[in-house]
Design a protein around this ligand. Sequence first.
Ligand code: AMP
Length: 216
Amino acid sequence: MRLILLGPPGAGKGTQAQRIVEKYGIPQLSTGDMLRAAIVAETEVGKRVKAVLDSGKLVSDDIVIAIVSERIDQPDCAKGFILDGFPRTLVQADATESMLAAKGLDLSVVIELRVNDKELVRRVSGRYSCASCGAVYHDTDHKPSVEGVCDKCGSTHFKRRPDDNAETMTQRLEVYYKETSPLIGYYYAKGKLKTVDGMAEMDVVTSNIEAILAAL
Ligand code: AMP
């Protein structure tokens, strides 16, 4: 199963991808996570993209296409994968198609998560994660059950993404509507698009996604 989760920042792609990983045992390929890891590791790519991520703009197509192309060749992707945050431009969508075709693979489905802007800003502004295991929390919606202690790994260290603030979010949304939302039409025309109401309760969103995957 090879699927794309499509939607603006804060739509719930990462959260839902994690649940699909647990249920189906296929990896989540988040270009945002990969780029942040490159920044922390201070690789050549990391140094080139840091300022771009901080500004909320998009990293060049060449860089992310190369990263994904290399990643999907790894053995853990043999049974499938979830693309989260990629493709984000029409150039990346075309590249994805050629990449898969060259490997004799095809795309199972593209799931669009739809959430309104006010809610996206609210979600992203309150978002933080465990500095050790990456589990994601929210100031009001989803706190750890013991204040200050990660439910998953027990760590007491948390962090916030530098781009998860209201100002950068305005830029990220603009980029989404200009560069990424055309992919909705692109995949609709190919008969690959399914849309899920991302405003619903997290568990409801998960069951709606699972129903789509079960019908494949
Ligand atoms: P995300 O974690 O998906 O919200 O991505 C964080 C940031 O990483 C974005 O605002 C972009 O700067 C960069 N990024 C992630 N994925 C891509 C992509 N597919 N194309 C270009 N830039 C990306």
